[in-house]
Ligand binder design. Structure first.
Ligand SMILES: [Zn+2]
Length: 415
């Protein structure tokens, strides 16, 4: 008894609390004891410092909760990376034995899709050439209508003199092989360099790509384009950065400094491409990569009739501005598509690991007016320490966002 009392007194973990009379307490961090007058705040059971990763506050709000296990309408998710289940192994060895475990995962994914009311997943990174053909036969052959594939550019040929015409022809071949769109990753603008590693970055509106954009329009292959990254990845990783924890966990995700262009320059170059190729349909992934500023995205949608957007991995931004986001969905209800950036093994994009709970956060955001809930099924929010609010879309908008906007763009049946 005596010992426990003593250890309590010696503990540096003290909270402030009010006491009657004067007591002896140790001054935090000093080990010394001082007299505190009656009514003063005294310390008890609080750490002087708390590591940010140890801070796991539990919300004390008592508010209605409407978990949403299943989407109200059949979903077309236009932004996934499903061929990741096959990994690199399948490319090296296309034998049936190697495919076996991947197909088991696919079976699991399809049973989740049925459970969640997901009709179709669009595999954006389907590769090109033989890889694309294999992904089409692996994904579309086994499960008719449940998966789609997009082609990606062959940047490894960019510096060859006939590249522009070859790339345009390659889109023809991709369409014949079964591709339904063209995917542009953030590599264009942030990683792709003239001579492999050290040359200058290739600009998004590089004229060598003009024939490709043009061909995509002629072939009715929408361009799913990811440009730049969250605003916070283009500012210093300091105590003012709202995604400090995420950047601390992934320092290579920061594009601040070095020879990276400012984010606004990257978006402006992308917009010049959209403007220059008015007959090509563009889908700006991640809310055209600027969900932090929906006024600006609205301006782009007004200016470029050939632009649509997708919402993948941006619940954290949309859901913390629910009134503005709701207006955005009302204003552009015919041009917003459902997407998640779902990745099967969670290694590429850990916060969007393909699991039912990840999809259910999207359903809850879109369908309910719930307040202050997690945008990702994880004890620590992966992007930042905030919660989101539902926007409770009416049925006719939900139907468009979940299904019909993508169906119309991809020539599928509407509901
Ligand atoms: Zn993605």
């Amino acid at each position: 008894m005596k010992n426990s009392k003593k250890s309590k007194l010696n503990s540096r973990r003290r909270f402030l609390g009010s006491v009657a009379g004067s007591v002896l307490i140790p001054r935090i961090g000093s080990g010394s004891v001082e007299r505190v007058e009656a009514g003063a705040m005294v310390a008890q059971e609080a750490p002087a410092k708390l590591a940010i990763e140890d801070f796991q506050p539990k919300s004390m709000l008592v508010v209605p909760e409407h978990p949403t296990p299943r989407a109200r309408y059949p979903v077309i998710d236009v932004h996934t990376h499903i061929s990741g289940v096959f990994g690199r192994q399948r490319a090296a060895d296309p034998s049936a034995a190697v495919a076996e475990s991947a197909f088991k995962q696919l079976d699991q994914i399809v049973s989740w899709m049925d459970q969640l009311n997901i009709e179709t997943l669009n595999n954006l990174t389907g590769g090109y050439g033989e890889t694309l053909k294999r992904n089409v036969s692996d994904l579309q052959g086994r499960y008719k209508g449940r998966f789609l594939n997009c082609v990606v550019p062959a940047y490894d040929k960019l510096r060859e003199p006939n590249y522009p015409a070859w790339q345009a022809d390659e889109l023809h071949r991709a369409k014949e092989a079964g591709a339904i769109g063209l995917k542009i990753t953030k590599t264009l603008g942030l990683y792709l360099r003239e001579d492999g590693k050290d040359g200058p970055l290739v600009k998004i509106d590089d004229p060598r790509l003009d024939l490709m954009w043009e061909a995509a329009g002629k072939l009715n292959l929408p361009v799913f384009i990811h440009t730049a990254d969250p605003d916070a990845f283009f500012t210093p990783t300091d105590r003012f950065n709202e995604r400090w924890e995420e950047l601390r966990n992934h320092p290579d995700w920061s594009f601040y400094g070095k020879d990276y262009p400012p984010k606004a320059d990257l978006l402006a170059a992308r917009n010049r491409v959209i403007e220059r190729h008015a007959k090509t349909a563009f889908v700006g992934l991640h809310v055209a990569n600027h969900p932090e500023n929906l006024d600006e995205v609205s301006g782009w949608l007004d200016r470029y009739p050939n632009l649509r957007v997708e919402i993948g991995a941006r619940l954290g931004e949309l859901g913390r501005q629910p009134r503005r986001a709701r207006k955005f969905f009302e204003d552009y209800q015919d041009r917003i598509m459902f997407g998640t950036d779902a990745t099967p093994n969670g290694k590429e994009v850990p916060q969007q690991d393909l699991k039912p709970a990840m999809f259910q956060a999207y359903f809850r955001f879109l369908e309910t007016l719930d307040e202050y809930f997690d945008y990702a099924p994880s004890p620590t929010p992966p992007q930042g320490r905030w919660k989101i609010y539902g926007i409770g879309l009416p049925d006719q908008i939900l139907k468009k966002v979940y299904h019909n906007n993508a169906a119309r763009l991809l020539g599928l049946k509407t509901i």
